[in-house]
Design a protein around this ligand. Structure first.
Ligand code: AMP
Ligand code: GLY
Length: 550
């Protein structure tokens, strides 16, 4: 098959790479592509908003299937134009793409179909807008102002005082800086964010792996909103909520499009906030996320082309979605100054000798065989490993190696898991004691710890939790007492929340055995093997999640 991919970002590069692995794929064109996509296929110089140009190209070159990456062509009706000419294409039609194109339309859809979202008003009237912003600021410390159009992630303002609020409201409603002169003003939702992406057609909805975006330009979520500075998958905070997400968000979404007789075939990408009051929708996007896609496609083992074709033919029910357990991290290298003004045209070097990472291009181009910067977000560095710890190391090592003037990246992409250990009495773990005896290992050389990984608590709360769980046992933030090199950590039953005193947090308990240096290598390996056997018979699994230890 001949495939046309519309777009020029790292998301399209990632889609292209994945599609190229399909046995059905013979040739890929990118319109317009970038300095990296030319290696996967052929770049053609047509803008994503040039609908006539894209149709003419597809007809002339007998394209079998077209995939639309970004939102602009969807909102202009590219899918309608293609389908009306009998050309096959992946993505929602214009009417359905309004779920992203108009925040007011999306909010109305959520309210009508009982999908939880923050309280809001939509208005074009400045006084009414100011009054509602004031009301929200009186009720809580912040309010959210959103221009009602497509603004590449830059039309959302979180304000904590009325004078800032008024400034943005005037820019949107009076000066018209963001296109349409209409705003959504919304209550500020407190919690943790996640990105949920699903394939959907008119009968079926199927979730892709969870991920988490980092939207702000600076570390610790400071500074302006961007298109996204990095992602990771899985979003470990979201794991306790998967069933709720199906029931409260995805199923009502499918019922909603059916009730509204909205023809929706493509992907729905839902921005969510998990709050103390439950899961709430922040926004809909009717396309793959960037940089979410770079992470999640590396967890998909199924044939992406087959999935997309089946979705576009309303046969998603027949498609197989198979995922792997890898931990994937995507780190964006950007041009200094992004998301505001930045310079382009700097040579990119040291990009070819990298080990253990994939590089997807975004704002790059080839000038006389020289790779140069050509946009705000320049490259996505993607590391795919068995643990986040390793993925983070690999991605950051590559980010340091790659060189271009003004290279900027966040230094804190990845799950912020914190960890403490509580020393347990070996006598409470009969099976382990027996194993030690069987392997002739001196019990005094082994210690058992409960290890707790948590996210979403501040330092004080973390300490309180540790105290509560430890009672009068010894606890540690770092397991230096024994030789960490020889610590083998196996997660036993993963039980969330039950032991937590705090709402809305992630907590994972694992059992850790640490051996002193005197246990020799062979004994150690035998013990590890024997332990694996115990685990396979229980609820345990090899620990793959935790990550950054702080
Ligand atoms: P949106 O384009 O609507 O997803 O907004 C962009 C970003 O602004 C989101 O990813 C959130 O980080 C933040 N945001 C949007 N709406 C809210 C809200 N109601 N409460 C808190 N943060 C929000
Ligand atoms: N990463 C956010 C987006 O694609 O809109």
């Amino acid at each position: 098959m001949k495939i046309l991919i519309v777009g020029s970002g790292a998301r399209e590069h990632a889609i292209g790479e994945k599609i190229s692995q399909s046995p059905m794929c013979d040739k890929i064109y990118f319109a317009p592509g970038n300095g990296g996509t030319g290696k996967v296929g052929e770049n053609v110089d047509i803008k994503v908003t040039d609908l006539d140009g894209l149709v003419a190209f597809a007809e002339k070159n007998k394209i079998d299937f077209t995939i639309v990456g970004p939102e602009d062509p969807l909102n202009l009706g590219l899918v309608d134009v293609f389908e009306d000419k009998g050309l096959k294409i992946f993505g929602p039609r214009k009417e359905s793409a309004r779920l992203e194109g108009s925040k007011a339309f999306a909010k109305d859809f959520m309210v009508r179909h009982n999908i939880a979202t923050g309280q809001y008003i939509e208005t074009s009237n400045l006084n009414q807008a100011i009054d509602f912003t004031k009301k929200l600021l009186d009720e809580s410390s912040k309010a959210v102002i959103k221009a009602d159009g497509l603004c590449a992630g830059k039309g959302v303002f979180i304000v904590d005082n009325l004078s800032d609020g008024e400034k943005y409201l005037r820019r949107i409603l009076k000066t018209g800086d963001y296109g349409i002169k209409k705003v959504i003003i919304e209550e500020f939702l407190e919690g943790f964010e996640m990105s949920l992406i699903a394939f959907v057609d008119n009968h079926t909805i199927k979730m892709l792996p969870t991920s988490k975006d980092h939207k702000n330009i600076f570390d610790k979520d400071q500074g302006l909103n961007t298109g996204g500075m990095g992602t990771y998958s899985p979003n470990i905070q979201a794991s306790p909520y998967l069933a709720d997400l199906e029931e409260e968000i995805l199923n009502p979404f499918l019922k909603g499009i059916q009730a509204d007789k909205m023809d929706f075939r493509g992907v729905i990408f839902i921005g969510l906030m998990i709050t103390a009051d439950g899961i709430k929708v922040l926004e809909f996007n009717t396309r793959f996320g960037d940089p979410e896609t770079q992470s999640i496609l590396n967890r998909l083992d199924s044939d992406l082309l087959d999935l997309m074709i089946k979705t576009s033919e309303d046969k998603l029910a027949e498609a197989d979605l198979v995922f792997n357990d890898k931990k994937v991290l995507t780190l964006i290298l950007a041009s200094a100054g992004y998301p505001e003004s930045y310079k382009k045209g700097y040579e990119i070097s040291n990009i070819h000798q990298l080990e253990g990472v994939k590089i997807y291009h975004a704002g790059t181009k080839l000038e006389d065989d020289k790779l140069v910067t050509a946009g705000g977000r320049v490259l996505s560095v993607v590391a795919i490993e068995d643990s986040f710890e390793e993925a983070i190391n690999k991605a950051y090592k590559a980010a340091e190696t790659i060189d271009f003037e003004g290279k900027y990246y966040r230094t804190d992409i990845g799950p912020q898991v914190q960890r403490f250990y509580i020393e347990e009495d070996l006598g409470d773990f009969e099976e382990i004691e027996k194993l030690l005896e069987k392997n002739n290992i001196d019990k005094s050389k082994i210690k058992v710890y409960s290890r707790y990984d948590y996210e979403n608590l501040n330092q004080e709360e973390g300490k309180d939790l540790c105290k509560t769980l430890a009672g009068n046992k010894k606890s540690f933030y770092n397991l230096k007492a024994f030789d960490l090199q020889k610590t083998f950590e196996k997660a036993l039953v993963v039980d969330l929340e039950k032991e937590a005193e705090f709402e809305n947090m992630y907590l994972e308990k694992s059992l850790v055995l640490a051996s002193s240096k005197e246990v020799n290598k062979n004994d150690f390996i035998n013990l590890k093997r024997a332990l694996l056997e115990i685990l396979q018979g229980s609820d345990g699994k090899l620990l793959g999640v935790p990550t950054k230890i702080s």
